[in-house]
Design a protein around this ligand. Structure first.
Ligand SMILES: Nc1ncnc2c1ncn2[C@@H]1O[C@H](COP(=O)(O)OP(=O)(O)OP(=O)(O)O)[C@@H](O)[C@H]1O
Ligand SMILES: O=C(O)[C@H](O)COP(=O)(O)O
Length: 394
């Protein structure tokens, strides 16, 4: 990567504003998945060891510029303190005099977590004044929030214009792994694209069609492609206005010699629920009153075979409604195929696919699980990430 990292600056005794992505799922005030907190530890620990005054900032949820009590970062400070084995102070504000006073009392190696930066309307607007207010708290800016790097916000982009601005270790690792995969892929290179909607995956399919040997389609978005092939899809998810686009993707794949894999069978249900009646049908035989909620066993077998023969696999989006056990089989089969494919480097593109791999207990079998959902998707679309662009060049 051509951006400076935390190793390229002297942080000893300095106040370091470190943007992390602690946007973790919470239920009743409890953190239900702490992956993102753990992923930020190497940078935080390094800053502590180097004798920096570590000022951490993050968003949590989407409070839309207002204080939302349930979205305070207090539970994160408590957990982080346990993971670091040292006290993490927690500010009740994100900037201003009260925060400055707290920072004035900090000694080298101490850690302070600021309040949710999205409590301020200026954060998501990338307001210049707010960015300055954040910058006034520190001497150096470190961005380790890969998960939020696709957002041009005051704490991810604006602040970088006021301080020496470098990347953290997580940011570096994510960019290195994803960047290498897209610029110099080992072949055969396979991309698996699932999830709910074609509309959300247009950019990524377009970009990957230029790069991959195999493109595997699954999830709700697959049925717009099935319809584009001329089959009836019953009540399955359909984006009418994307049928022509789906056709053009299939034609482009053919022209480029990309193998385009689509479901050949599906698990259909008479209702979108855990108690629905289900059956396996061939893809051209989806009954009018039923909806396809998972790929079928024959499809899973074909996809497994392609995955096994690949050297690099990138996966974004589940193959079915994996939150309901009855429709989780296809997603699980793909996850298992990746886990078993010893010769393949497997990259999970964050979001729901990462949650699925966790749910099936296969996370430690994957080569890299991105901490960014939207960020990894935009990266795979070939877009520049504002939070990265703003950092200092080497
Ligand atoms: N056949 C299907 N019919 C309806 N919904 C489906 C189907 N297959 C998958 N889904 C749903 O798609 C959702 C995931 O889609 P989404 O596009 O958000 O995936 P993603 O890109 O992995 O997520 P993220 O945006 O978090 O990265 C899941 O909630 C899943 O239940
Ligand atoms: O969860 C994420 O993908 C990141 O933390 C970004 O969150 P956002 O989609 O609310 O900007």
């Amino acid at each position: 990567m051509n951006k400076k990292s935390v190793k390229d600056v002297d942080v000893k005794g300095k106040r370091v504003f470190c943007r992390v992505d602690f946007n973790v799922p919470m239920q009743d005030g409890k953190i239900t998945d702490e992956t993102r907190i753990r992923a930020a530890l190497p940078t935080i620990q390094y800053l502590i060891e180097q004798g920096a005054k570590v000022i951490l900032a993050s968003h949590l949820g989407r409070p839309k510029g207002k204080v939302v009590e349930e979205m305070r970062l207090t539970p994160v400070a408590v957990r982080l303190s346990e993971l670091l084995g040292k006290e993490v102070k927690k500010a009740d504000e994100g900037y201003g005099d009260s925060v400055k006073a707290l920072i004035d009392t900090m000694t080298e190696g101490e850690v302070l977590l600021l309040e949710n930066v999205r409590f301020y309307p200026g954060e998501e607007k990338n307001d210049a004044e707010l960015a300055k207010s954040f910058a006034e708290l520190a001497d150096v800016y470190v961005n380790d929030a890969f998960g939020a790097a696709h957002r041009a916000h005051a704490s991810t982009e604006g602040i970088a214009h006021h301080l020496p601005a470098v990347s953290g270790f997580l940011m570096q690792k994510e960019l290195d792994v994803l960047g290498k995969a897209l610029s110099n892929p080992e072949r055969p290179f396979t991309a698996i694209i699932g999830g709910a909607k074609v509309k959300d995956k247009i950019g990524v399919i377009e970009n990957l069609l230029e790069l991959v040997d195999n493109l595997i389609i699954g999830g709700g978005l697959a049925y717009t492609f099935v319809k584009a092939q001329g089959h009836e899809i019953g009540k399955s998810l359909l984006e009418e206005d994307k049928i022509d686009l789906a056709k053009s993707f299939m034609e482009k794949a053919k022209a480029k010699g990309v193998n385009f894999y689509m479901p050949v069978d599906a698990i259909v249900a008479d209702d979108f629920s855990a108690d629905a009646n289900t059956k396996v049908v061939a893809i051209e035989e989806i009954p009018a009153d039923w909806e396809a909620l998972d790929i079928g066993p024959k499809t899973a077998e074909i996809y497994r075979d392609v995955i096994q023969k690949s050297k690099l696999v990138i996966w974004n989006g589940p193959m079915g409604v994996f939150e309901i056990d009855k429709f989780a089989g296809g997603t699980k089969a793909v996850a298992q195929a990746l886990a078993d494919a010893e010769g393949a480097y497997s990259v999970i593109g964050g979001g729901d696919s990462a949650a699925a791999v966790e749910k099936f207990g296969l996370a430690d079998k994957m080569s890299h699980i991105s901490t960014g959902g939207g960020a990894s998707l935009e990266f795979m679309e070939g877009k520049a990430l504002p939070g990265v662009v703003a950092l200092n060049d080497k």
